[in-house]
Design a protein around this ligand. Structure first.
Ligand code: MN3
Length: 374
């Protein structure tokens, strides 16, 4: 049976790779696409995949689509929500960055649709709300991120025997630099990721190790593990994408060359595996794989992210929002690399804490933090 897919964020890095995966799979159909600012690419995608509905980010782009295609066209956050409410699809792929897709994810869950999630903010900001709702509705939230996909693949039918999760981190471009050297690192240095080609914001998050902190929060929600039982391990080769440790002392790892095609495809075909897209296979001979303890003194933002995670409530919401604002400032060359951690910790210290924020409060906090730091 053909599986019908909606992609939110089809013109971004994960969105385009999802379409590459779909190209190689039989029995998958794109029913709707939402794109960002890259309208030319969105047009090419409409031409190729002939979706029933398209959503654009900005209102003045509606006309650009309507002029060329006879397709139902929606716009903005409301448009994403409308897509999620649509009845005739199976999987919502959430590949947008930022907070814009959160309401759409909630609608998809209420609509009893499977959610394949590449967006970090959804679970970092509203993990309790989203996962409680997913359990209530009996909906699968399937991670697309390589680490969480690895955990899902290792855990699968053995979840009750799993004891700890070990999330691997490449360590980013500054793994072997001193704090002193980090002071003068430029945007270009931070964007020079040794293993993965990704968007700019997430690449800076890898350099500060914030990305790993956010991924621990996601793992906590996705797999319902306490923070005591989720560990971070530095693995510079990025071959092991994460481990699950079991009660009998066994570790299972999912391995492969760093490629997002595999976790994307697994999310679409779960729980099956298909041949689909051909990725280079990992040459198992003559490899040295290292596993190191993270240096929390050198990367204090990893520690701070994990502290916010344990506090819970509004703390991860504040952390996530201020991090995004400050990283964008760094990318604009308005602050230095080590200012990122300074501004984030100052902001967290002076922001009021809410224990169980509602969805509206989460949006409110997010907006307030961003407004104060334009
Ligand atoms: Mn990741």
């Amino acid at each position: 049976m053909t599986k019908k897919i909606i992609i939110l964020g089809s013109t971004g890095s994960i969105g385009t790779q999802t379409l590459e995966v779909v190209d190689k799979l039989k029995d998958f159909e794109i029913v709707a696409l939402s794109g960002g600012k890259n309208i030319e690419l969105l047009k090419q995608q409409i031409k190729k995949y002939n979706p029933k509905i398209v959503c654009v980010q900005q209102e003045n782009d509606i006309k650009k689509i309507k002029d060329e295609f006879k397709v139902e066209t929606l716009c903005g956050e409301e448009g994403l929500v409308e897509l999620a409410k649509y009845s005739n699809y199976d999987i919502l792929v959430v590949a947008t960055s930022g907070v814009v897709a959160l309401r759409a994810v909630i609608c998809a869950i209420n609509n009893k649709k499977t959610v394949a999630l590449a967006n970090k903010e959804t679970l970092v900001m509203a993990g309790d709300i989203v996962m409680n709702l997913a359990h209530k509705q009996g909906v699968d939230i399937i991670p697309i991120d390589s680490e969480h996909s690895a955990i899902l693949q290792c855990m699968d039918k053995n979840k009750e025997f799993a004891k700890r999760i070990w999330i691997t981190a490449s360590g980013g471009p500054f793994l072997n630099n001193s704090r002193d050297e980090m002071k003068n690192f430029s945007v270009q240095d931070a964007l020079n990721h040794p293993k993965w080609a990704m968007g700019k914001k997430i690449t800076v998050d890898c350099a500060t190790l914030v990305n790993k902190g956010l991924e621990v929060i996601e793992a906590h929600h996705l797999f319902n593990f306490s923070y005591d039982n989720i560990k971070v391990v530095i693995h510079p080769q990025s071959i092991v994408h994460s481990f699950v440790e079991f009660v009998d002392g066994s570790f299972l790892a999912q391995m492969g060359l760093p490629s997002m095609h595999i976790p994307i495809q697994y999310a679409l075909t779960y729980p099956k595996r298909l041949e689909g897209i051909k990725t280079d296979s990992f040459n198992i001979y003559n490899n040295k794989l290292e596993f190191l303890e993270p240096d929390y003194k050198k990367f204090p933002l990893l520690k701070l992210a994990l502290d916010c995670a344990r506090i819970g409530g509004s703390a991860p919401v504040v952390f996530n929002a201020i991090n995004e604002v400050v990283v964008n400032k760094f990318l604009d060359n308005r602050i230095k690399f080590l200012d990122i951690e300074k501004i984030i910790s100052e902001t967290i210290e002076k922001t009021d804490f809410i224990k169980n924020p509602s969805l509206d409060e989460i949006f409110e906090i997010d907006k307030m933090i961003r407004k104060d730091f334009v």
